[in-house]
Structures are given as structure tokens and as C-alpha cells.
Design a protein around this ligand. Structure first.
Ligand code: SF4
Length: 382
């Protein structure tokens, strides 16, 4: 297949692995502990497990799977808020399919649908707007979530609703932003990370500049990365090469898709409709300042949180959840006390088991790394 197979060529993958090995072999400090490189994005985590990339890497490199799955990091209280909105008799509650199974404190949206709430799956916010046009007697709420990748389409849909004067359409806004979250990971006292793979889809919107602080303030290399196996391996080679050469810069491996300046019309639409929230609660990470957005006052009539009462309760994760430690790379998924027992993809207890892109679900579903083998990698490299 043109333009897909080219990025999955096993011979090129082997060559990249050998080049990474050669770089690692020339780095004597790796005798003390393995290099830890975090892929922030759940899409990258999925590729790593799907293609078994972690098993191909030399000893001395450890991948840490970050918090970049917007479905996984949705706190229980916000899911409960969704359900309270969906259970209102006048409401058609619309959502992407992967958000249907996220557990709230009592049930998921799928459970609410089974109990009679009018919850419908859509493929885009425009589908939700079309429903609002077709059902002028109902209130259509779109469950808006995701990083900067999905924010432009939500913002443009609100602007379209405004142009058409549609009065029965609103958002339950749970969009989150990337930079404060990477900063929260970097500021963690347990942080041992040596470099980052930056999310390709987010970068398509925001460009390269927002990641400069990682290199300048924290002295860590960061490479914007695509989603095919060769993208990931080439980006790892670029990170390791920077470390070997004592550099820390933002590099763009995904330049076939990501323009350095990002998507200006998309950023303008985001800026017109949304403003930063003072803080936003993340499942597994707690509250992170300015890490989420809400709708500006000018668009209050499209804001479900202002139009309808939501319980807005904070619900703590079960005590046995160790998602925060996994996200920060302090423990590996299978080291969590409830991994594979009380917490499985069928019955997720914690955030990272919820969506297939979460680190725990990826480990569980692909079985790509045997705990014993991985434990051996963590030992001091001799
Ligand atoms: S196994 Fe479950 S509770 Fe433990 S870290 Fe993973 S998702 Fe969280």
C-alpha cells in the first residue's frame, strides 16, 4: 500500500534499531541506569505495543508511557456530570464511542443509555449539530473532549451554530491542553525522564514553538513524532542522538504533516471560542493549573455547564489505583497492585485501562512485554 508500507518496512526498522544500539553503546553513563524516554501521546503508546517496538530496543532504553489519552484522564466526577446531563428527559447527549465506557462512580454513559437515557454516538461535533437541527424540540449536548487536536473542530462547530442561530445545541466542555500537562510531569519530584516524543496530532495544530520550554527550561530533548513504527523508531534515534551529542532541542520528525507554525486558522478558532480554566482535574494526576479550557462568556449560551445544573462533585479514584505513578514512570503498569486482577479492560478500575490507548490497556491487550523480561531491563546495565 502506497505511503503506509513504506513506514512499516522491517529492514529499515532493523537498521534504525542498530543505529540506536550504536549510539547507546557509546554512552557510558547508561551503566548507572537506563535512559527513560516518555511518549506523551496515547496514539504513540498504541503503535509501540501494536508493533512490539519496545521488545526491539536495546537494553539501556526504557519507554515511559505518558498521560496523553484524553479519555483515560477524565476524572470520575466529570463522568458523573455527563450522566446527570444525559439523564435529563429533554436532552440528547452525544459523544464519541470511546467515551461511552469510561466508568463514573455509579455507571458509565453506556450504563446510562441501558437505563433509558438518550445517549447517541457521533463521529464529529458537526453530527451533533445536525441532530440539533433535526430535533428542535430537544436539547442536544455534545461531550467535547480531547487535546488541541480536536479543539478546532469543536470551536468551528460552535461558530457554525452561532451563524445559523441554533439555540438547542451546547457543549459539555472537557478539552485539555498539552503544555501544562508535560510541565506537570517534568515538575514531579519523582521525575527521571531523559527525553520526550511529542504528540504529532497536537503539534499539527500548535506547531513547534510551544515545546521549546522542554528544551530551554528543563534541558530535555523533545522530538515531534508520527504514528507509524518507523516514525517512532526514527524519533527515538533522534532523541538518543541529541543525548549522545549533549544537545537538547525541539526537532520535528513528523514534518510531512506538522508545519513549524502549526495551523493558524485552527488556533484562531480555538482562541475565539475557548479560554483557559484556572485548573482542571485529571484522573491519576490530580489538579493541573491551566490545563483545561472552558467557553468564553460570549459563547455562554452554547455552554452546557452554564445552561444546566451539573453536580460538579469531586470523586476520588479507588485507593488501590496507581495510575499517577504509572504515568510518571515510577512504576510500570504490571507493577500496579490491581493490574490484570481487579483492573482489566473489561472492568477498568483506573484511568489507563479505560481506552485501548491507555498504557495499562495496551500492555494487557497486546501482551507485548513480559514482566520478567522488562524487569531485567530495569536492572543496572552491566
Ligand atoms: S492497573 Fe488499573 S489502577 Fe493500576 S495503574 Fe493501571 S489503570 Fe491504574
Amino acid at each position: 500500500m502506497k505511503y503506509t508500507d513504506e513506514f512499516r518496512d522491517p529492514r529499515l526498522a532493523e537498521r534504525l534499531v542498530r543505529e540506536i544500539e550504536a549510539l547507546v553503546a557509546g554512552m557510558p553513563r547508561l551503566r548507572e541506569r537506563p535512559l527513560q524516554i516518555m511518549e506523551f501521546c496515547g496514539g504513540h503508546t498504541h503503535t509501540i505495543f501494536r508493533y512490539g517496538l519496545e521488545r526491539m530496543l536495546p537494553q539501556g532504553i526504557e519507554l515511559v508511557h505518558g498521560p496523553g489519552c484524553p479519555v483515560c484522564v477524565l476524572p470520575m466526577g466529570r463522568v458523573d456530570d455527563c450522566i446527570a446531563l444525559a439523564e435529563r428527559p429533554e436532552v440528547i447527549f452525544t459523544t464519541f464511542g470511546d467515551a461511552m465506557r469510561v466508568p463514573g462512580s455509579r455507571k458509565s454513559l453506556l450504563g446510562a443509555k441501558a437505563d433509558g437515557a438518550d445517549v447517541r454516538m457521533v463521529y464529529s461535533p458537526l453530527d451533533a449539530l445536525a441532530l440539533a437541527r433535526r430535533h428542535p424540540d430537544r436539547e442536544v449536548i455534545f461531550f467535547a473532549l480531547g487535546f488541541e487536536t480536536t479543539m478546532p473542530s469543536t470551536a468551528l462547530t460552535v461558530l457554525q451554530a452561532e451563524r445559523e442561530g441554533i439555540g438547542n445545541f451546547s457543549l459539555f466542555c472537557n478539552h485539555i491542553t498539552t503544555v501544562p500537562t508535560i510541565k506537570a510531569v517534568l515538575d514531579s519530584p519523582d521525575m527521571q525522564l531523559d527525553g520526550f516524543l511529542a504528540p504529532g496530532h497536537v503539534s499539527m495544530v500548535v506547531g513547534e514553538a510551544p515545546f521549546q520550554f522542554v528544551a530551554r527550561q528543563y534541558g530535555k530533548p523533545i522530538v515531534i513524532t508520527g504514528f507509524e513504527p518507523l516514525d517512532i523508531l526514527q524519533s527515538l534515534w533522534m532523541v538518543v542522538r541529541q543525548l549522545a551529542e549533549g544537545r537538547c532541542e525541539v526537532e520535528n520528525q513528523y514534518s510531512r504533516v506538522v508545519p513549524a507554525e502549526g495551523n493558524r486558522p485552527g488556533l484562531q478558532a480555538i482562541d475565539r471560542v475557548f479560554e483557559l480554566r484556572e485548573f482542571f482535574e485529571w484522573r491519576g494526576l490530580g489538579s493541573i493549573d491551566h490545563s483545561g479550557v472552558r467557553m468564553r462568556e460570549a459563547y455562554a449560551r452554547f455552554d452546557a455547564e452554564r445552561r444546566f445544573a451539573v453536580p460538579n462533585l469531586k470523586i476520588a479514584d479507588p485507593k488501590s489505583c496507581q495510575c499517577g505513578e504509572v504515568i510518571k514512570g515510577v512504576i510500570r503498569p504490571w507493577e500496579c497492585k490491581v493490574y490484570g486482577t481487579q483492573c482489566t479492560p473489561e472492568q477498568p478500575l483506573g484511568a489507563l485501562m479505560v481506552s485501548s490507548e491507555g498504557a495499562c490497556a495496551a500492555y494487557y491487550n497486546y501482551g507485548a512485554v513480559k514482566p520478567a523480561a522488562q524487569a531485567a531491563r530495569r536492572e543496572v546495565v552491566s
